[in-house]
Design a protein around this ligand. Structure first.
Ligand code: PLP
Length: 390
């Protein structure tokens, strides 16, 4: 059985070309890029090239890119820096549907005396921009609002947000971990001050990320020590992974059209067929603007975990909308914030595609999924009612 991987928002396969690009930088060109000799110089040149490639995907300047260890570090660095550069401002604005990389940090900061406002979303996962307008004030140091949601793929109007933030003199950070490489970006014409991205979401390895920091925006480093990354992120560079991230960004730029055409068409076909074949289904965020690769679909009166297990037996790998990592089967904070009814949130499955998926794989899911849902509904009294009424 050949497994079908549809969990690309969790992590992605390292592209073979990316791996080949990084391979020599372990055993052959292993120098420290800060070293003045041959070994160092070789690596420094490739790190510079990687910085150019990342910057180019974002429409940014190379000096605006700081390499970090992951998306989480980039988010932490951005928010903590903003609080340090304006210590007199004590208000943080974020949303209820952020990834824990932002939400947990903000909640921890609220315990340390910061005022934190979490903006609501509507039933489709769209941001309440009016609430942002009403709560932002001269005390706001940082607004951290994600570019696109990891569970539903819903895209937030970050440029509109950035304009509102600028009017109050606060800084604007966006967690773009799910968006970079999937939709085009141009920092030259943007209101974003800081932006987090992560390598393993775009076919580079895990454990490498970057923070875009707009030229002129004041910054206080989170990691201090040596002078790497122009003293903005201390620690010997993870050069092989930086080189991989550069290559991954170059490829992501080349595949952007593919992502927005072929990948989106596969996602749309999967969505359409599921809605046509399976009764009592809703698409979470289906009416909102979404990433081209993400489909979060709620099957009423079935357990998401049970669906995942049965799909897994068929070699289909997706993820659920439950916070199963915490050991509970509570629906995710994202679906709860959207007010998705409990019976739907519980049966929510996320399919997230990549350029490595094929039409045949989508056909396979369309064939295998409906009987799985039918079988599970047959096992539950509420589920049987759905089957009878259809
Ligand atoms: N932000 C979002 C929206 C994510 O989806 C993730 C990872 O799932 C992160 C941040 C964290 O990124 P990393 O795993 O690189 O720390």
């Amino acid at each position: 059985m050949k497994e079908i991987y549809l969990d690309n928002n969790a992590t992605t396969k390292v592209d073979d070309q990316v791996f080949e690009e990084m391979r020599p930088y372990f055993c052959e060109f292993y120098g420290n890029p800060s070293s003045m000799h041959f070994f160092g110089g070789q690596v420094q040149k490739k790190v510079d090239e990687a910085r150019n490639r990342v910057a180019s995907l974002l429409g940014a300047l190379p000096e605006e890119i700081i390499f970090t260890s992951c998306g989480t570090e980039s988010d932490n660095a951005a928010i903590r820096s903003a609080l340090e550069v304006s210590p007199e401002r004590r208000h943080i604005i974020t949303t209820r549907v952020e990834h824990p990389a932002v939400l947990t940090l903000c909640r921890n900061l609220s315990k340390r005396g910061y005022r934190v406002t979490e903006i609501a979303v509507d039933g489709e996962g769209r941001l309440d921009v009016d609430e942002l307008r009403s709560v932002i004030d001269e005390d706001t140091a940082i607004v951290s609002i994600m570019y696109a949601n990891n569970e539903t793929g819903v895209i937030f109007p970050v440029e509109e947000v950035g304009k509102i933030v600028k009017e109050k003199g606060a800084l604007f950070h966006t967690d773009a971990v799910q968006a970079v490489g999937k939709i085009p970006m141009d920092m030259k014409n943007s209101t974003i001050d800081m932006l987090a991205l992560s390598g393993h979401k775009l076919h580079a390895p895990k454990g490498i990320g970057a923070l875009y920091l707009r030229k002129g925006v004041p910054f206080r480093p989170f990691m201090v020590g040596g002078h790497q990354e122009r003293s903005r992120r201390a620690g010997t560079e993870n050069s092989a992974s930086i080189i991989a991230l550069g290559k991954a960004c170059e490829l992501a730029g080349q595949f952007l059209d593919d992502e927005n055409n072929r990948v989106m068409a596969m996602r749309d076909r999967l969505e359409k067929e599921i809605l046509a074949i399976v009764p009592k289904v809703r698409v979470n965020g289906g009416l909102a603007e979404r990433l081209p690769n993400t489909l979060s679909v709620a099957f009423e009166f079935v357990e998401g975990e049970a669906i995942l297990l049965l799909l897994n037996e068929k070699g289909i790998c997706a993820s659920s909308g439950s916070a199963c990592t915490s050991g509970s089967l509570e629906p995710s904070h994202v679906l709860r914030a959207m007010g998705v009814p409990f019976t739907c949130a519980h049966g929510s499955i996320r399919f997230s595609l990549s350029r490595f998926n094929t039409e045949d794989e989508i056909n396979m899911v369309i064939r295998e999924l409906p009987p799985v849902i039918h079988r599970l509904r047959e096992m539950s009294p509420f589920g049987r009612e759905v089957l009878v009424s259809n």
